[in-house]
Design a protein around this ligand. Structure first.
Ligand code: 13P
Length: 287
């Protein structure tokens, strides 16, 4: 059943858990994620990131994701992850996405607010949920995020509670991505989560569901602490997407014949499904 993200986030707020927002860059991944969610009986946010356009054009992937969400036995929303241009965000709306992330954090605070508000006004007219972003994620992974400017500490990137309140009030977003220690991609060093900051942000915007990106690779204890601290959506992709690559060489070399590509996809689907299941269950925070 296709729904917008707002209803999923409201339920998560009521019951102290986080909805998994998982990127699906192929039919194989889409099936892996949906099967895991359906078998666990939990809602899921199917996400398409603008940066994945070269691998999965939204005009092909979007309708596929929408059809899968509509026939799903669990509530699913169709979310644009990291929409970095207005044109791409509006294309997602025209394809029936029920939720978008307005990713304008690279601009000044004032320009971020102005651009996000314009997008939010359009989206709210058609009952589409808007995820806002104020704060950047530092790079402690190869090739992702912005390097820390010289002489600055990690806090340079993190969401400031007072500005978060202003951002939410002035843009009217439905949920807010916050930066307090997680990063996209592979963690190459232990993340240092700033839980005090998360608590202060939650106090500053008590009615806004908070979103954490870079959810894969965090340990279970940190993940649960984040959820108990108010995180209501966790984005997850890298550790699921990288899972098959470790085992494919062995699979191909032991198959005794040149495996067809659809066999490779099937094998990968099972591996990714187990990763997706792990994340979905962990984020449900059932102890
Ligand atoms: P990971 O790279 O930790 O899987 O996070 C994905 C993400 O945040 C997408 O927006």
């Amino acid at each position: 059943m296709l729904v917008n993200s707002k209803v999923l986030l409201e339920d998560a707020m009521k019951h102290n858990y986080a909805v998994a927002g998982i990127n699906t860059t192929s039919l194989t991944m889409l099936r892996a994620v949906l099967e895991a969610a359906e078998e666990e009986g939990t809602p899921v946010i199917l996400s398409h990131a603008q940066l994945h356009e070269p691998y999965a054009p939204i005009e092909l992937m979007g309708p596929l994701m929408k059809a899968a969400a509509e026939k799903s036995t669990v509530p699913c929303s169709l979310h644009l992850d990291h929409g970095t241009t207005e044109a791409y965000i509006y294309k997602a709306l025209s394809l029936g996405f029920t939720s978008v992330m307005a990713d304008f954090a690279r601009f000044s605070f004032e320009e971020n607010v102005e651009r996000t508000k314009k997008v939010a006004d359009v989206c709210h007219e058609i009952h589409v949920t808007v995820e806002g972003d104020y704060g950047e994620m530092p790079s402690n992974v190869t090739g992702q995020g912005r390097a820390l400017p010289e002489g600055e500490s990690l806090e340079f990137f993190f969401t400031k509670p007072d500005k978060a309140a202003r951002y939410v009030e002035q843009t009217g977003v439905d949920s807010l991505v916050v930066s307090f220690g997680s990063v996209h991609g592979i963690y190459i060093e232990e993340p240092k989560m700033d839980y005090e900051r998360l608590g202060a942000i939650r106090e500053a915007v008590p009615n806004t569901p908070l979103v954490m990106h870079g959810g894969s690779g965090l340990n279970e204890e940190d993940t649960r602490t984040c959820i108990d601290g108010g995180i209501r959506k966790i984005n997850y992709y890298t550790y699921m997407a990288c899972e098959p690559s470790k085992k494919l060489v062995q699979f191909i070399s032991s198959s005794g014949k040149p495996p067809y590509f659809h066999e490779i996809c099937e094998y990968s689907r099972e591996l990714m499904k187990e990763k997706a299941r792990y994340a979905i269950k962990l984020f449900q925070n059932r102890g």
